[in-house]
Design a protein around this ligand. Structure first.
Ligand code: ZN
Length: 103
């Protein structure tokens, strides 16, 4: 997986294009993820006395992983992610711009 929970990402497509946020959840099987503050929709609900909710509920929806880019923690710029095999045999993510390993 090239994007992980707690990564900072930039939204590159859709209504929230240009927004950045922290990845909260990843749905690998669906190829989607949830980003804090991104793709918030307001749902109008019928007033429900038992839930004590008002008529509008705000909800974050997932976005396709293809619509976000990782923000490199070193350069703070959106980047593509590469993979590199380290000396100990494990795989690490790398930034394709600055070539640094991203934790
Ligand atoms: Zn970088």
């Amino acid at each position: 997986m090239k994007i992980r929970v707690d990564d900072n990402v930039l939204v590159t497509k859709g209504r929230d294009r240009g927004r950045t946020g922290r990845v909260q959840r990843i749905f690998a099987d669906k190829g989607r993820l949830m980003v804090e503050g991104v793709n918030i929709v307001s749902r109008h609900m019928k007033p429900n006395p038992q839930l004590r909710q008002t008529g509008i509920v705000q909800k974050e929806l997932s976005v396709p992983i293809a619509n976000v880019m990782l923000i490199c923690p070193i350069s703070n710029e959106p980047t593509r992610v590469g993979m590199r095999r380290l000396a100990d045999g494990s795989k690490a993510r790398t930034c394709k711009d600055c070539e640094e390993v991203i934790e």
